[in-house]
Design a protein around this ligand. Sequence first.
Ligand SMILES: Nc1nc2c(c(=O)[nH]1)N[C@H]1C(S)=C(S)[C@@H](COP(=O)(O)OP(=O)(O)OC[C@H]3O[C@@H](n4cnc5c(=O)[nH]c(N)nc54)[C@H](O)[C@@H]3O)O[C@H]1N2
Ligand SMILES: Nc1nc2c(c(=O)[nH]1)N[C@H]1C(S)=C(S)[C@@H](COP(=O)(O)OP(=O)(O)OC[C@H]3O[C@@H](n4cnc5c(=O)[nH]c(N)nc54)[C@H](O)[C@@H]3O)O[C@H]1N2
Ligand code: SF4
Ligand SMILES: [Mo]
Length: 729
Amino acid sequence: MSLTERTHYRTCHLCEAICGVEIRLRGEEILSIRGDPDDPFSRGHICPKAVALRDVHEDPDRLRHPVRRTASGWQVISWDEAFDEVARRLVEIQSRHGKEAVATYFGNPQVHSYGALLGGTMLARTLRSPNRYSATSVDQLPHHVAAYFMYGHQLLIPIPDLDRTGFLLVLGANPVVSNGSLMTAPDVAGRLKDLRRRGGHLVVVDPRRTETAGLADAHHFIRPGTDALLLLALLHTTFNEGLARPGRLAAFVDGMEALRGICSEFPPERVATATGIAAGTIRQLARDFAAADGAACYGRMGASTQRFGALVQWLIQALNVVTGNLDRPGGALFTRPAFDAIGLATGLGQRGTFGRRRTRVRGLPEFGGEFPVAALAEEILTPGPGQIRALVTAAGNPVLSTPNGRRLDGALAGLDFMVSVDFYINETTRHAHVILPPTFALERDHYDLIFHALAIRNTAKYSLPLFEPAPDTRHDWQIFAALKRRIEALDPGRRGNLRTRFGARWLTPRRTLALGLRFGPYGARWSPFGGGLTLSGLARQPHGVDLGPLGSCLPGRLATPGKRIQLAPEPLVRDLDRLRASLETTGAAPGAELLLVGRRDLRTNNSWMHNSQRLVKGPPRCTLLIHPDDAARRGIASGSLADVASRVGRVSLVVEVTDEVMPGVVSIPHGWGHDRPGVRLRIASAHAGVSVNDLTDERALDELCGNAALNGIPVLVTPAPATPSAALA
Ligand SMILES: Nc1nc2c(c(=O)[nH]1)N[C@H]1C(S)=C(S)[C@@H](COP(=O)(O)OP(=O)(O)OC[C@H]3O[C@@H](n4cnc5c(=O)[nH]c(N)nc54)[C@H](O)[C@@H]3O)O[C@H]1N2
Ligand SMILES: Nc1nc2c(c(=O)[nH]1)N[C@H]1C(S)=C(S)[C@@H](COP(=O)(O)OP(=O)(O)OC[C@H]3O[C@@H](n4cnc5c(=O)[nH]c(N)nc54)[C@H](O)[C@@H]3O)O[C@H]1N2
Ligand code: SF4
Ligand SMILES: [Mo]
């Protein structure tokens, strides 16, 4: 019998670049995964991870059925048994200790699955606990804070107009490797080369000469954590030299004079030592930025997960506004996505929230209904009313991804109950009492609710499932829905009235998507036959549709009262005191300590793709990068082992001596450290590496919003006396 060959088109959901892939099959067997040349947005581009979609799909370590932890190991149980047990335990703990005794943690892949996103939100609502955590506070929280205060909604984040800009200034991002973040753009490297080719400029500011810096006109080393000072000095020059030209924005900007006053305190000379960037260089950079025909300043992880992340994201916006580059082609613009969650939310008057509540132990503020995850361990470990006793994790691995992961690791071991919605037994889920494994991406449909809304072009694409779900498996949303129903059955008080009950049942993620598209900015609305987007129409265009470049939409799109941009929001202005105080202490003579920063690798995806042989093969990539001067001073050579110690922990790993990092700075990638007992990731454990988050510090925060400062951690580096095998894997 000859099996038919077929070709399937879909979006790779692994990172934010949303590349189109073409998957060729014979029967159920995947023959090849390539870039889809007919995807109008990615035009055939993919990275090595797309091919590993197959490895995860076929991974024998991937769970297909619920399991319960027993004294003699993991026991497969039925879905009914699993759902009943989880619902019973959660309700029991909440009725005994209060709603806040159950916490949730949602990880990054949640955002890459519309079903998981919508379903998870429903479950969290049913749990009614204020103790909600997610990967947001080890990532992009400062972007939301700046957007909330300046533009009125946490999701109103302007996106650099990468294909048309004349000048891209990049702070603390390495999109050539990360493939872009809060800037969905397949093939960033190609687009940056195009930028240079059309005469545009790329300048990168980073304590490491990154792969992105390799494509730039200029790269400047910066001392970690000092970007806010650099930005203030750039703004100083802009104001001082008459380069402030907000143009049409001036009609709806508040706070221009206040900002000018603030910046007058920060001439380039004042910040040169602290930042490590010469005053003349800062001045010239400000002039070049202001002179460009369309310029965008863009900052990501390095500019966000640091002590002054929110200040940095605010001042990046401010630079774009003051130079008239916000909301203009070639600058930074808001998107107009086909499913417009922001439009929906602002239409309903929802703007987001900040500081409505504080964490019990340390008093860290809530943002958008969540607490900073740096507080999770102490909320579990500290006895007293309100203590967290049970945890629901979904699509996350906080033991490897949040600061002082070892402490959290220990805290999870002491929980009364933990359930994880995940298909791997990893460093976090090994602590669960029950694991509920969802289907993997190839068995479900896909639409990027979030990343279309953060893209450099407006596009839309809907992918059908490639495979039928395996027998007796569940999608994420079905797992969440089943738990929700059982919790409500045990505690009918949470059910709501008839209407909301019916709504919750009827409004599946797919129907929500269909409605959102139909009544979105390009939607068919009530018309059954006329033009306009519908879900079924999109399904017939498997390469996706192009909806055009980003366009101006201000002031209409603003969600602030009176639709005005707030250029000097009070909470951010107040936080400058902390920055001023830091200026007194930074730039002092270098001590024994080095500052630790992170990095990413093309063949990783945070912590969870290391069980693919093709992604981990080759020399170890979890290494310590150190400058030759710093290495020589410590008697450390390339290939040897070094001990790295911080306030909270110590790791040993292989050294690479390189002048690509700034003197005084060392770099370790995150997402490694798979050698913990009980982890069932055979390939990953054989290439374990160490977890950088065993060094990062839960006390190191952007204190304004509680985002973790994962970069700029002081560490001591010494030659390692012995050779732990894990570090060599
Ligand atoms: N291959 C791959 N791609 C990914 C991921 C992955 O794990 N692997 N993860 C995805 C996710 S979840 C995200 S959020 C994005 C992140 O995307 P990016 O932000 O582009 O990724 P990073 O490589 O972390 O870049 C951060 C940069 O900041 C620099 N840096 C550190 N501290 C400072 C500082 O104080 N100031 C300045 N100016 N720079 C600093 C670091 O040296 C590093 O080069 O990547 C996504 N894409
Ligand atoms: N030091 C340091 N720490 C960092 C960073 C850094 O740059 N430096 N980066 C931070 C950033 S930007 C992020 S986003 C976080 C990520 O941190 P997390 O979101 O906590 O963890 P991930 O490593 O993304 O793990 C994702 C988990 O989801 C599971 N999974 C994958 N797909 C699905 C699915 O469809 N459904 C379900 N239910 N589960 C799924 C995987 O098996 C894995 O267990 O890490 C952060 N931590
Ligand atoms: S860049 Fe991201 S979306 Fe594109 S193929 Fe690689 S992992 Fe997938
Ligand atoms: Mo992230």
